[in-house]
Ligand binder design. Structure first.
Ligand code: 13P
Length: 249
């Protein structure tokens, strides 16, 4: 049985006061109620320490949004997986489509970053997903399969997480239909079993991301092989993020 993971990707949003208040509000709710899912928040780098203080003892996990492949060195502006671990992170998002698009990150680099995450003891959330043109051309499954084959690190364990985020559904209000999500997640599951063996392949969590909100969360979280959500915009609103977590079966 895979416990659902509800992950908030805050992206480049939030200043100190608002970030700490948002994380603190979620922590208060988590301390007060027995959780049926795992919560994770991935704030921008300047908020990692205040958010880690706000969520202490709440059971909420902390994650980074990217990491460098190296442990340290002359890489201006970058953070290593070891640095993320040092401030309390246990997860890191890798290969998000915004990094693939904004920074030209390819799957080979994502794979190297996933190895760096494992070296530092972080759980990588490897993101994949097709563009609107690729889906229209009937190439969605092929694109996702190639990204997974090239992005997954060798020797990946059950702690790895894969996030399916159709690029056309991110921040657009459009969501994939439950039938499309079921098809893609089933194919990802099959591929994970092929690449990692049945035990690990069955245990890896596969998240859906792309305009997840309270109104569609229950339907999406009930789909086979959907083991949680990677939430952007709605993770910045306490009540919405909490409602998404509460909608897990
Ligand atoms: P939205 O939930 O804002 O569509 O963003 C999804 C996403 O990119 C999460 O990583």
């Amino acid at each position: 049985m895979r416990r659902k993971l509800i992950a908030g990707n805050w992206k480049m949003n939030g200043l100190r006061a608002g970030g700490a208040a948002l994380a603190g509000g979620l922590a208060e709710k988590c301390r007060a109620e027995a959780l049926t899912c795992d919560f994770l928040v991935c704030p921008p780098a300047h908020l990692l320490i205040p958010v880690s203080e706000a969520i202490a003892g709440s059971g909420i996990a902390l994650g980074g949004q990217d990491c460098h492949t190296g442990a340290s060195g002359a890489h201006t502006g970058d953070l290593s997986a070891e640095m993320l671990a040092d401030v309390g992170c246990s997860f890191v998002i890798l290969g998000h489509s915004e990094r693939r698009a904004d920074h030209g990150e390819g799957s080979d680099l994502v794979q190297a970053k996933a190895l760096a995450a494992a070296r530092a003891g972080l759980k990588a959330i490897v993101c994949v997903g097709e563009t609107a043109d690729e889906r229209k051309a009937g190439r969605a499954l092929e694109v996702i399969e190639t990204q997974i084959r090239q992005s997954l690190p060798e020797g990946a364990g059950a702690e790895l997480v894969v996030a399916y985020e159709p690029v056309w559904a991110i921040g657009t209000g459009l969501t994939a239909t439950p039938a499309d999500v079921a098809e893609v997640h089933a194919q990802i599951r099959q591929l994970l079993v092929e690449l990692c063996g049945a035990g690990v392949g069955d245990a890896i969590r596969i998240l859906y991301g792309g305009s997840v909100k309270p109104a569609n969360a229950a339907e999406l979280m009930a789909v086979d092989n959907v083991d949680g959500a990677l939430v952007g915009g709605a993770s910045l609103k306490l009540e919405d993020f909490w409602a998404i977590g509460s909608s897990c079966p």
